[in-house]
Design a protein around this ligand. Structure first.
Ligand code: HEC
Length: 119
């Protein structure tokens, strides 16, 4: 019994050590927010989350176009409160309608804005 207890303790410590040794970037579910670019990162989020489907030159809901770099950059100060469901907005402006981006996607867009919206 005593041996089994010690074995379990060692196994536990090994797992703990393995976890703490991993850098955040190595973990499969880590959210990477460094070096965000419009072409490489923002475009995919906006297309995959349906934003571009409702906000393009043919169909610009709320007069917002999000299918190109210049327009996304110009609208970043409206995009951030809309995706964060900021309390200053009425809920019909929470984007996307009826849902919310993942925290990681929100963090990526915020980081891109903080970095000066690089293309
Ligand atoms: C199903 C269509 C649809 C989708 C999908 C959609 N939007 Fe919208 N969006 C709208 C409509 C409609 C409005 C106008 C809301 C209003 O003013 O009442 C709007 C308004 C906005 C506004 C202006 C908010 C303001 O302050 O006036 C922004 C910014 C915006 N959307 C960004 C986004 C982003 C980013 C996404 C994706 C995460 C997204 N939208 C997805 C339909 C959509």
């Amino acid at each position: 019994m005593k041996k089994a207890g010690i074995t379990m303790l060692l196994v536990g410590l090994t797992i703990l050590a393995a976890c703490t040794n991993n850098k955040e970037e190595d973990l499969p579910n880590a959210c990477i927010t460094t070096d965000m670019k419009y072409d490489a990162d923002m475009k995919n989020i906006l297309v995959n989350q349906g934003c571009v489907g409702c906000h393009n030159s043919q169909s610009a809901n709320g007069n917002i176009v999000l299918d190109n770099y210049e327009d996304v950059k110009a609208n970043i100060n409206k995009i951030l409160p809309a995706i964060k469901h900021d309390a200053s907005l009425s809920s019909n402006k929470f984007m996307p309608p009826g849902g919310q981006l993942s925290q990681c996607e929100i963090d990526k867009i915020q980081a891109w804005s903080n970095d000066g919206t690089p293309q």
